[in-house]
Design a binder for this molecule. Sequence first.
Ligand code: SAH
Length: 457
Amino acid sequence: MLLTITTKRYPATDLGYLLHKHPAKVQTVELAAGCAHIFYPEATDHCCTAALLLDIDPIRLVRGGNGGHDFALEQYVNDRPYVASSFLSNAIAHTFATAMNGRCKDKPHLVDEAMPFEINLSVLPVKGGETVLRQLFEPLGYEVNVQAFLLDAQFPEWGQSHYFKVTLRHTLPLKIVLSQLYVLIPVCDNDKHYFIGEHEVEKLIEKGKGWLDVHPAKELITRRYLKHIAPLAKEALGRIMKEEGSLLEEKPVKDKDKVRLHDVRLQAVRDLLLELKVSTVADLGCGEGKLLRLLMEKPVFSKLLGMDVSYHALEIAKEKLKIDRLPEAQRSKLELIHGSLTYRDKRLSGFDAAVLVEVIEHLDIPRLQTLEKVVFEYAQPQHVIITTVNAAYNVMYEKLSNGSFRHSDHRFEWTRAEFEAWASQVGAQFGYEVFFRPLGEVVDNLGGPSQLALFKR
Ligand code: SAH
């Protein structure tokens, strides 16, 4: 199994300082399951490649108790020596620990410098294939090149294998590249060899710092990294999610009122979409798909897309919308996708309208700028409808009189003036005219419990 890391940032041999491995030497590190050899096939000022060759010993694998299968022969004959797996992660952690921890004795200024890197993985097994591979690396900004292989060239009808030759390119500090490889290689493979315990949660949180919390596939990554051990994955997700997004739907403040208010909101949005005579709608941050269900009832909507950062919410949506049981004509107009409003996404283009019902307040304010670009500059629908709670109205709720938010995952709650200032600025910047209306029963001086902005291009 071979991993190479190449840079052309001048002088490229600085890579040797960063990795704490001298380009003129071959070094060998003993690991529990074999050896890692580190060497430089090329080391000039213009181009430098560090290679990590992992030489796994299948006999040691079995002796070390890593076989773990009942079928005896499989313990000796398996793909582990030949593919990138958690053994490679382990090797990265052992051989490049200093670099991964962001230390560089001789040239400390290099640690945080974003450098162009090309990473090659000779064989990477990916459960879920190329789609999953792209889902893992592309949101982080990697350019991903993949070469797939047939299971057997003599029998093309057997189809593709789940092994890939992969090239990744990105400009990032090396310590981040190494941390991302460390986490994502075993996630691709989904077949961890070592015992998963509490310390794995710590490792995931430590190595995922700064990127995992905003990754649209963070749930998939966490579940696979922790090998589907539900309580651990739940604990890790809970801690990661503190940063962004939420699995949970807004909890009612006063059950009856809140349920009614949410229905009012959703109906108002549907009526407005009907009024605008749009036929294709993207529901961004669709949650459990309540709005989609309302829209499905109206045949004028010919194409509906639901997108959410929470995989869990999408699974509930899929269930509630009974997607598997819908007649083909209905089913073909509806699509649910996993994604984040903080990443540019081609799949969001080409809709008459985009809708964000009670979503913006779930994002940290600094991330709103990205959301604005994703929705208004890249997706560019004809109409955008955004709703959010009205903070001034909170005094009407007994439980919120202490100034707390309506939902624990809300990052902010805006008054009408604040929402209007934001929306007007966004409209002006991206060429949309903006109209406002209250949602729910209006109280003098306070406005409605919720508020809506309609943007027209
Ligand atoms: N629009 C739905 C759900 C509102 S709750 C409804 O009205 O019923 C907010 C939703 O926004 C949650 O489902 C949450 O997962 C989603 N969300 C939060 N951050 C997001 C992001 N960055 N990208 C996409 N969805 C996000």
